[in-house]
Design a protein around this ligand. Structure first.
Ligand code: COA
Length: 254
């Protein structure tokens, strides 16, 4: 039976690449996003791929909207097995200059948004008796290192990484679910690259710090996501895979 997956923030960058690749791989795909125009464009692109899909306008910060999106997916496809918590928000700001609302905004999108969608999903699993569902979270290596200049995102991603491991245990036992994460390095054509590589010189400095000497692509992230969500990865649970060309390991001590 065809399984159904929801990708949040799925109209651009890694989310878009994952949504397209998952539909290619045979999933029913639901894409959520805040921007109606981008959703319409995504609907057009998804139509080029065989199978079923849905686009839903919503903000992961809105708990009721997350519940409504999950229920719309369940009504359309019978049940919702899987979720990619991809929606994120980030900007570079020294923490002593950050406003409380700046802090709250990023935490709300990244950490609370991940909880909102995951919690709505598990309620659907309960009602539809879904066993073997999945969640794939997107983190960053500053979840376990320092995130100077991006404190709210770093704190939120650390929370998401812990939630990945915690739910892998809780929901592994209870729902035979697999909860995993990807930690992307610098990836071209993403909101993160636009926001975090502030100038061509800055982008070049980041590139030189990647042992493989280049940014990754959204399609490379999508390839890993498709595999992690496939039966080939059926024993993978609570794991975070860094796909970053060796970036986070590179401390260049000599
Ligand atoms: N530096 C410092 N503070 C900033 C900031 C920046 N570059 N950008 C936003 N903020 C602050 C705002 O000043 C505001 O705080 P205030 O009310 O005290 O002034 C707060 O963050 C919320 O900003 P706002 O623009 O109202 O939020 P939003 O909900 O419209 O947008 C963002 C959320 C800021 C995260 C926005 O960048 C976004 O939507 N990003 C999504 C895409 C993205 O970030 N992708 C990268 C993922 S890695």
């Amino acid at each position: 039976m065809t399984q159904t997956i929801m990708v949040t923030g799925g109209t651009s960058g890694m989310g878009k690449a994952m949504a397209l690749a998952l539909k290619e791989a045979g999933w029913n795909v639901i894409v959520t996003g805040r921007d109606l125009e981008r959703l319409q464009q995504m609907d057009h692109e998804l139509k080029q791929i065989a199978g079923e899909h849905l686009t839903i306008q919503m903000d992961v910060r809105d708990t009721d909207a997350c519940i409504a999106a999950v229920n719309q997916a369940r009504e359309t496809f019978g049940r919702l097995e899987a979720l990619v918590n991809n929606a994120a928000g980030n900007f570079i700001c020294p923490t002593d200059e950050l406003s409380p609302n700046g802090w709250k905004t990023v935490i709300d999108i990244v950490l609370n948004g991940t909880f909102n969608c995951s919690h709505a999903l598990v309620k659907g699993w309960q009602e539809d008796d879904v066993k073997g569902g999945q969640i794939l979270n997107i983190v960053a290596s500053y979840a376990w290192q320092a995130g100077a200049g991006v404190a709210p995102s770093a704190a939120a991603k650390a929370g998401v990484l812990n939630l990945t491991r915690t739910l892998a245990v809780e929901w592994g036992y209870k729902y035979h679910a697999r909860i995993n994460a990807i930690s992307p390095g610098p990836i071209e054509r993403t909101g993160g690259a636009d926001k975090l590589a502030m100038s061509p010189e800055h982008a070049e400095r980041i590139r030189r710090n990647v042992p493989l000497g280049r940014f990754g692509t959204p399609e490379e992230i999508a390839g890993l996501a498709v595999w992690m969500l496939s039966d080939q990865a059926s024993y993978l649970n609570g794991e975070c895979i860094a796909l970053d060309g060796g970036h986070w390991l590179n401390k260049q001590p000599f």
